[in-house]
Design a binder for this molecule. Structure first.
Ligand SMILES: Cc1cc2nc3c(=O)[nH]c(=O)nc-3n(C[C@H](O)[C@H](O)[C@H](O)COP(=O)(O)OP(=O)(O)OC[C@H]3O[C@@H](n4cnc5c(N)ncnc54)[C@H](O)[C@@H]3O)c2cc1C
Length: 407
């Protein structure tokens, strides 16, 4: 009898001292899912990441990492910015070119370091995915796991995968991108909104002199443009965008490549050569979309993060940078709260107003690329947040600094 009482007491003490989340399931091993996995792992959670892709392939294009995103990553994993710098490229200069490939203007880029104390890095999406994945034990990443739904009650959340597998967790984070299955089950607000332009991007090993080290190129065409990014180790990312009412995707990779080359028919040889040298299956074709901001991202023990929560147009380059802020803050909320409900409520209060403004300004920012009346667009952007001038808005984005590291 005595022994039984002790065992009961012991169980009660264990229950009381148990952290309120132990098992966390994250859907999506993109940049957001991996970043939040690294952060929550630091808090001692048992984190498992489920990704629909069958393997990590060298895909994606170049990504611009700005002070707010880099500060967030460094607060999650001190020293990671140095690793990313070594893998990518620190931007020192922007180069504006015409469609013949001739340089019109160059501008030094020193404001990020001088004004915000952090650099501007361009890096290959895939390399950054690898850097983040390397911070997790391989047993916590499950490829070939497409989430198809979940159910929750007061005890746990059950997550269902294609092929019939089911796992249980204390917390589910939907980091499964703009076409999120978790968002669809949680909110059900349908397909993303097409913003009127298509995008093609890739990374290639480039031996041509289209871009000098440390440069970021922008080629302005007529209702079309191209970004050229150095992403380190002799690799260049090209990203071509065109205003198009038709957002249908090509049936085959070769069609997608021909589409770009047709659009570039009148462009200079040096720029066309970049596309010609790219294997068709490496070109990622995507419509530019977003969703209108949500008022809530969470229910019970399920929440959203990154593009699943606040997909935004790429105009302000805040897609991944705002996602790294989410990852840091979600983990911080779990550090400081005493229940899942409290943590998720604080997470939403802190993240929704900021990302809502980024989403709205990004959608308007898209119009700046194609309009002939830039001033009208600037005025509309100003209306969104009349209390902030353009410069103040930039300060508001880039001055974001986590006040402490996670551990
Ligand atoms: C392959 C790829 C390449 C990209 N390349 C670029 C780029 O070059 N430049 C740029 O600016 N942005 C790029 N992005 C987008 C950019 O990563 C995001 O806008 C931003 O970083 C927010 O990331 P996220 O983790 O929220 O979403 P995402 O990066 O979209 O990641 C979502 C992840 O969830 C997985 N997933 C989706 N549905 C399910 C499901 N049902 N079950 C399990 N897993 C699922 C996806 O395969 C993906 O790995 C890319 C995204 C992807 C997926």
């Amino acid at each position: 009898m005595k022994i039984q009482a002790n065992a009961q007491e012991k169980t009660q003490i264990e229950e009381l001292s148990k952290p309120f989340i132990e098992k966390v399931a994250i859907i999506g091993a993109g940049l957001g899912g991996l970043a939040v996995a690294v952060a929550l792992q630091k808090l001692g959670c048992d984190v498992q990441v489920y990704e629909k892709a069958q393997d990590f392939r060298p895909i994606g294009g170049g990504l611009g990492l700005l002070p707010n995103g880099l500060n967030s990553l460094d607060a999650i994993e001190p020293g990671i910015v140095e690793t990313i710098k070594n893998s990518g490229c620190e931007v020192g200069k922007t180069v504006l070119k015409n469609t013949l490939g001739e340089t019109i203007r160059t501008n030094p880029v020193n404001k990020y370091q001088n004004k915000y104390g952090q650099t501007f890095i361009t890096v290959w999406w895939w390399r950054l995915q690898q850097i983040l994945a390397s911070k997790l034990p391989s047993r916590s990443i499950h490829l070939n796991h497409r989430c198809i739904g979940f159910e929750q009650d007061e005890q746990c959340v059950s997550i269902y995968f294609e092929h019939g597998k089911q796992v249980n967790a204390d917390l589910l984070i939907g980091a499964d991108g703009i076409n999120s299955a978790v968002r669809e089950a949680l909110i059900g607000d349908g397909k993303p909104r097409y913003l009127g332009s298509m995008s093609w991007r890739t990374v290639i090993n480039c031996h041509q002199e289209v871009l000098n080290p440390g440069e970021l190129g922008f080629v302005k065409g007529n209702q079309e443009f191209m970004y050229l990014l150095n992403v380190g180790s002799g690799y260049i990312s090209w990203l071509y965008r065109k205003l198009l009412s038709d957002c249908s995707l090509s049936q085959k990779a070769t069609q997608s490549k021909s589409r770009v080359l047709n659009h570039l028919a009148g462009w200079g040889e040096s720029l066309r050569a970049l596309v010609e040298a790219t294997p068709a299956e490496q070109i990622l074709e995507t419509p530019i979309c977003d969703h209108l901001p949500l008022k809530s991202w969470s229910q019970g023990r399920v929440t959203l993060l990154g593009d699943a929560a606040h997909p935004m147009a790429p105009a302000l380059a805040q897609g991944s940078n705002s996602t790294f802020e989410d990852a840091y803050e979600l983990a911080l909320c779990f550090c400081q709260a005493s229940s899942i409900q409290e943590a998720l409520a604080t997470y939403e209060q802190s993240r929704i107003p900021r990302t809502e403004l980024m989403q709205t300004r990004s959608a308007l920012g898209e119009m700046r690329y194609y309009t002939t009346d830039r001033q009208a667009v600037e005025q509309q952007m100003q209306k969104q947040s009349p209390e902030m001038s353009g410069e103040e808005f930039e300060d508001w984005i880039f001055n974001y600094k986590p006040y402490r590291n996670l551990i």
